[in-house]
Design a protein around this ligand. Structure first.
Ligand SMILES: Nc1ncnc2c1ncn2[C@@H]1O[C@H](COP(=O)(O)OP(=O)(O)O)[C@@H](O)[C@H]1O
Ligand SMILES: [Mg+2]
Length: 320
């Protein structure tokens, strides 16, 4: 099997370890056990985006579980469902709907006077910002700090196909989790994310902190997958979570039932695995703060998106 995952010159450098040592497979629940619900150290809302340009990789499943873990730990969590399919919105029944995410893309966003501890903004956009998305990007970037005093964490689920909406997620996030499928298109999709990170990083003062790649839907008895996993490990080492998420029916069953997988007794063993997250998620990184991005650079970014020729979202209308 070919193991030309990342072109080492560029992408490997981007997906570099930010935690000098330690095991990336520390179980999240163990980390938060015994800690105050809202650690004093937190400065502003810590924003975690889940992104890879591939449908079915597990973005929504991982994003929802991350939100559930954080909510269970007593944090104030905002979920930003930027996928038009709104699968996460359906699953997160415990989160109170703030309606469409449109106000975040408008100038001078003012948060509602009282925000529920668990809130969700959904992508109910009908393409109204597509024609002038540079402005929408400028607005969300300027608006995001208004959420700082209301939430401890913001989890962003992203659409599977590339559009300016993915840029918005990469622009405002502090941390990025990349689910990876060990199938024929997994490597290419991850390489695309890496290139997107590079593009967006040029427009950010501080680079996106890539928490790591999470292999998902892994079948331990599939030799092809195991070879691919070994190849990735060799290439990006510590930036791969050391555990992986197995392919298990109860992940999709739990999502369909709108509950975390650990609510299903049969899935207890897997529950631990789905909670694998990096300790850095819990501790603020003062070096990794959002910074002002001026409109000129947003326009440049818009040019980059145009060059990629992936501007037109596909919309489906009912006939008749
Ligand atoms: N590890 C897994 N085992 C079994 N089913 C999974 C697993 N991860 C995700 N799924 C299911 O696969 C489908 C696609 O996952 P999803 O999270 O929606 O992907 P994405 O958001 O990247 O398109 C969903 O039905 C989801 O419940
Ligand atoms: Mg999804």
């Amino acid at each position: 099997m070919k193991s030309d995952w990342f072109s080492p010159s560029r992408s490997t450098a981007l997906i570099r370890p930010s935690v000098p040592s330690g095991n990336r497979a520390i179980v999240f629940s163990a980390l938060i056990r015994g800690r105050p619900a809202v650690p004093d150290l937190l400065v502003g809302v810590k924003t975690i985006a889940i992104n890879v340009e591939k449908g079915g990789a597990g973005k929504t499943m991982i994003a929802c579980h991350l939100a559930w873990v954080l909510a269970d730990a007593g944090h104030r969590v905002l979920f930003l469902d930027l996928d038009r399919q709104c699968n996460a919105t359906d699953a997160l029944a415990d989160f109170e709907s703030l309606g469409t995410c449109k106000p975040l893309f408008e100038p001078n966003y003012v948060p509602p006077t009282s925000l529920p501890r668990l809130s969700i903004y959904s992508n109910r956009m009908g393409g109204e910002y597509d024609a002038d998305y540079p402005r929408a990007l400028t607005n969300i970037n300027a608006n995001f700090p208004a959420l700082d005093s209301h939430f401890d964490f913001c989890v962003i689920d992203t659409p599977p196909s590339w559009s300016w909406i993915n840029y918005a997620a990469l622009l405002v996030c502090n941390h990025l989790i990349v689910p990876v499928e060990l199938g024929p298109f997994g490597p290419a999709a991850t390489k695309q994310v890496s290139d997107s990170i590079a593009t967006v990083n040029q427009r950010r003062k501080t680079p996106i902190h890539v928490v790591g790649l999470v292999p998902n839907r892994v079948r331990a008895n599939d030799t092809h997958q195991m070879k691919m996993l070994a190849a990735i490990k060799e290439k990006i080492g510590r930036n791969l979570f050391t555990n992986f998420l197995p392919e298990r029916a109860h992940y999709s069953q739990a999502m369909q039932e709108h509950v975390p997988v650990w609510r299903e007794k049969a899935a207890v063993a897997d529950a631990d695995r789905v909670q694998l997250l990096d300790p850095e998620l819990l501790y603020p990184d003062p070096e990794n703060v959002r910074s002002a991005i001026d409109e000129a650079t947003i326009d440049e970014m818009a040019e980059t998106i145009k060059e990629r020729g992936q501007l037109q979202p596909i919309t489906v209308r009912a006939q008749g």
